[in-house]
Ligand binder design. Structure first.
Ligand code: FUL
Length: 493
């Protein structure tokens, strides 16, 4: 035993010295990742960016009265979807490519799609399933079953409640949030609508009521209550002003051509007039990470109206909206309202299917997959930050430059002449949004020809070339950035 120990020990020491003294050169020379450019997204916001497309569902008594804003005096008797099928909703939406669903559990009219214990104005007093139905539960369960995330819209403005405008209404609203989050969660996104105050039924008063939007709801307390009810996974709060997701400033489906995920929350508050442009672009030096969500409807209205069956947006229009939302680094929240039967209408299904095919066709073959990529420089000449990271299909690795180098030029060899229509770039936003200006060129007749240009990049930027171009080489020039640009992916279609 003794002898064995003595012979083994030198061997072990020798081997240890060999391996520890000849470290992998690559590892030793790899410079650390660039310092973050603050603010940066939270983990929950990163997950949300990756979802890209969510569906909105507007459904309530309005579906049966043909209104957009119910007055609050609608009888629950009219809520009677004969064939409601949450599974049909969710499978239709999943096939179209949506990753989450946000349901209007209560719109401005105050009617609740779940049997809330705090009011009689709900499904429990409707003919739907003889008062035994619970639309929120059905949708939340269908989402879970089909792997979509579930979100809630609970209108702060309530035209049914007699006490709207008083402190007791705020308590009611908070009770409902607690009830919803503890019964139907987890909820990924909570949507706070900005429309507030005005005329309504208000328990029979039938009058106009105004509230001070900046103070009445006591939002900080409400948000803390929701966070305490659902500590994990973190809920993302959407409103005109965040705090986690901001409105994009219009309902037409148009994200900012310049689109910073950053904005300073003290420049915003719900209902403040004239900030649509700011919400659309965000601000380059914004103090918080509050990305824009592009919400729009597949129909002219948010609720189903038979008269709009012929006005469902075309697949081409939806494709354009996709490019102007997801393609500008935002996420798309597309509203698809079920009809009076409680089904997504055939006209909407047809357009969603055709749109999905257009998306699949346009982005079918990434001509840059594993393509040879070169750059004028890369960080520390280290393989960890080399241009090959751009075409490796891995969003978690990136090309970047040495500290202080805020521009760069990248070339992608396509191997042979190909027809290029779109160039898709992704920034590694985990360390902050940086790119301020970039352009794309194609190699044509022995020269670089400009084919597209943009300002911000963000989570994803899809550039549609002015016209399809025949080329075997694409050049991307990052012209300016807040600090070293970090690009995780380049795809060419
Ligand atoms: C608006 C509301 O007034 C509309 O009815 C709809 O819910 C839309 C998404 O937000 O502010």
């Amino acid at each position: 035993m003794e002898l064995k120990k003595q012979t083994l020990l030198p061997t072990i020491l020798f081997l240890w010295s060999v391996f520890s003294c000849s470290p992998n050169k690559q590892v030793e020379n790899t410079p650390p990742a660039p310092e973050p450019v603050f603010p940066v997204p939270s983990e929950a916001q990163l997950d949300w960016h990756e979802m890209e497309m969510n569906a909105f569902i507007h459904f309530t008594t309005n579906t049966f009265t043909d209104l957009e804003w119910g007055y609050g005096d609608e009888s629950p008797d009219i809520f009677n979807p004969s064939q409601l099928d949450a599974d049909q909703w969710v499978t239709t939406l999943k096939e179209a490519g949506f990753k989450g669903v946000i349901l209007t559990v209560k719109h401005h009219d105050g009617f609740c799609l779940w049997p809330s214990k705090y009011t009689e104005h709900s499904v429990k007093n409707s003919p739907y399933k003889n008062g035994q139905g619970d639309v929120v539960k059905e949708v939340a369960e269908a989402c879970r079953q089909h792997g979509l995330k579930f979100g809630i819209y609970l209108s702060p403005w309530d035209r049914n409640r007699a006490d709207y405008g008083q402190a007791s209404y705020v308590a009611y609203y908070r009770n409902q949030l607690k009830e919803l989050f503890s019964t139907y969660g987890p909820v990924f996104e909570m949507w706070f609508d900005g429309a507030n105050g005005g005329d309504g039924y208000y328990g029979g008063a039938r009058e106009e009521r105004k509230i001070d939007r900046s103070s009445y709801y006591g939002w900080p307390v409400t948000l803390d209550l929701v966070r305490a009810t659902q500590p994990q996974p973190a809920v993302l709060f959407f409103s005109d002003a965040g705090p986690d997701i901001r409105w994009c400033g219009n309902e037409a489906g148009v994200g900012g051509e310049t689109n910073w995920n950053t904005i300073s929350s003290d420049t915003l508050y719900a209902g403040k007039a004239g900030i649509e442009k700011l919400l659309n672009t965000g601000s380059e030096n914004g103090a918080q990470w509050i990305p824009a969500e592009v919400n729009t409807s597949i129909r002219p209205g948010w609720f189903y109206h038979a008269r709009e069956d012929s006005l469902v947006k075309s697949p081409e229009k939806l494709f354009e909206i996709y490019l102007a939302s997801v393609g500008r680094g935002s996420s798309l929240l597309l509203n698809i309202p079920p009809d009076r039967r409680g089904l997504i209408h055939e006209a909407d299904i047809a357009t969603l299917k055709a749109w999905r095919s257009m998306l699949d066709e346009a982005f079918k073959t990434n001509l840059a997959e594993n393509a040879v990529a070169t750059a004028d420089s890369y960080r520390g000449n280290s393989a960890a930050y080399a241009p090959s990271q751009l075409t490796d299909g891995d969003e978690d690795t990136y090309w970047t430059t040495d500290d202080g180098v805020k521009s760069g030029s990248i070339e992608i060899q396509l191997g042979k002449v190909q027809t290029v229509k779109y160039v898709v770039l992704q920034e590694y936003i985990r360390l902050g949004q940086r790119v301020k200006s970039f352009s794309v060129e194609a190699w044509k007749n022995q020269a670089w020809v400009p084919v597209a240009a943009a300002s911000t990049l963000g989570y994803k930027r899809i550039l549609k070339l002015n016209e399809p171009v025949e080329t075997d080489k694409i050049r991307i020039r990052i012209k300016d950035a807040k600090a070293s640009p970090l690009i995780s992916q380049v795809a060419v279609y």
